[in-house]
Structures are given as structure tokens and as C-alpha cells.
Design a protein around this ligand. Sequence first.
Ligand code: PLP
Ligand code: SF4
Length: 312
Amino acid sequence: MSKNLAKLCKTLQLSEIEVGAIKDASFPLKVPQDFLEQIKPGEANDPLLKQVLPIKAELEINDAYSKDPVGDLLKNPSPALIHKYHGRVLLIASPKCDIHCRYCFRRHFPYQEQTNQRHWQQALKAISEDKTIHEVILSGGDPMSLNENTLMDLIESIEKIEHITTLRIHSRTPIVAPSKAPQNALLAWAKKSRLNKVLVVHCNHANELSEKTAGLLKCYRESGFQLLNQSVLLKGINDSSETLIELSHALFKQDVLPYYLHQLDKVQGASHFEVIDKDALKLMNAIRPKLPGYLVPKLVREEAGKPNKSPI
Ligand SMILES: *Cc1c(COP(=O)(O)O)cnc(C)c1O
Ligand code: SF4
């Protein structure tokens, strides 16, 4: 795990000045060891490095970019629960992540105040009282950054609610820190659980996938999880048709189907990652004829006040 900029640059044989790195970023540097091993030394433009390195462009103020672009702070009746869409709720299971992605809305979200066991009890009570909910999505932060026992307590409480049929986990941990992802208790539980199980991982570039991710994902798959991926479309990282096509194939090789390709949330400090809609649509038109339909992700944006992700 690297939290020290000077050390990171030294390991990767790069100069801090050359890459335009900044030290005092409000959202601190955090790079797990497995992810670090997938970055190519000496490559200032490495697509993985760019996702984690704080640079000067983050300090630019752009008025179209806010601190709560998706309106989560408003739609939040119970502190750990976000109920925006019909039939499914998002439960903030952990305030932490194993990695800090520079483009993430989380750089400003006050999750720290949002998750403790008392909040979970309130959230579970709200879920058990609302029979329109059939799917609980564990999100964060990253739910897989929780201690495995704590995660399993939460999952088992959810399973006890009769009208819940599906448990979904949204996590970047299996991709960026496979060595730290929960395994034994979660896999044993999954094999015998009555619930439909979905794991939506988050991978933006084929280079993030390795032998380690392959081994781990196979275990989840074999214990009954459907594996899906969401990516964020990021300028200079995955905004070429070749990169997106390669990503889809690399995911499928590890048993994962592409689900969403997200347009960036307009969060302060991330404007340099933006790919405008016109270019995003061009990319979709370029990849569609070259991929089987099941390997084409849906290009979407999350908008405040909408009942679903908006297709572009
Ligand atoms: C994205 C999201 C979901 C899940 O939406 P799906 O289209 O089912 O993947 C649920 N709740 C919230 C608040 C979300 O942002
Ligand atoms: S929530 Fe996801 S995208 Fe955001 S920092 Fe955590 S792992 Fe990265």
C-alpha cells in the first residue's frame, strides 16, 4: 500500500515534477499493493497511474462541477440508506475504500459521519418495513474494505428479511486489491444462500486485470455470484475504441460481463477527466460493430432526481 507520493514516484522511477504531482491534495493518495504492481514503471502516462496520482489539474475550479453532483446528500432519509430507484436500495456499508480514485465523487462525500452499526440497524429496519424493496445493494466507499466478520453479519441480517430476493455488492476491491478481498466466509455463505447474488466490480482498463483477479473472480463465480463490471469513461485513460474493446474481452476472459460505462459525475476536481457526450457517443458507435452485443456496456449518466441511470 502506498500513501506517500515521494515513495510512489521513486518505486515507479518517475520524477514528481515531471508528472505534475501535488502533495497537499485534500483527498489523499492511496494505492494498494496489487494495483501498484500493475502500473508500468517509468511510464508517466500509465492509464492506472493516472487514476490514482494527485496532479495540479485537480485544483482547477470549474463552475459546472459541484461537490454533490448526483444529489445523494438530499435523498438521504436514513443515514446509511439511499433509496432513489424503485425496488432497490443502496446501503452505505463502509466509508472506506482500498484505493482513492481521483475522479470519484467520494472526494467530497461526508461518509465518515454516515456509517456505524446504529445506522445499519436503522437502515435494516427501514428495509424490512418496505415490501417494495427486493434488492439491497451494498456500496460505499467500498463494502469489501470492511472486516469480513462485520460484512458477513450485515449480509446475514439482510438475508433474514423475507421480501429481499437479491443481494448486490458494488466493489472495486476484487480488481484493485484482490489479495485483501473477503473470501472464506463470503464464499461459504454464497454457496448456501437463498438469495440471488450479484457482484458488480469496477475496472476501467484491461491492465487492471491479472492472474490474481482471475483466480479470485473464479471463486466468486463458482460460489454463485453473477459478475458484472462498471467503468467510468475517463479522458486519457480509456477513451479510445481499442482500449474499450480490449477491456470488454479481458473482462469476459475472467467471467465478467460489462454492465455500465458511466459518464463522469461532475465533481469538483475531476473536470480534466471529462469526455464530452459527443465523443462518448462516437466511441460507442465505434465499438458496437466490433463486439458481440453482450460485451457492449451501456453508456449512462447518473442525474439527480431521475428514477434510473440515464442512457446517453
Ligand atoms: C446506480 C444506483 C442503483 C443501481 O442502479 P441499477 O440501474 O439497478 O444498477 C441503485 N441506487 C442508487 C442510489 C444508484 O445510484
Ligand atoms: S468509491 Fe469506488 S471509485 Fe470512488 S474512490 Fe472508492 S473505489 Fe474509487
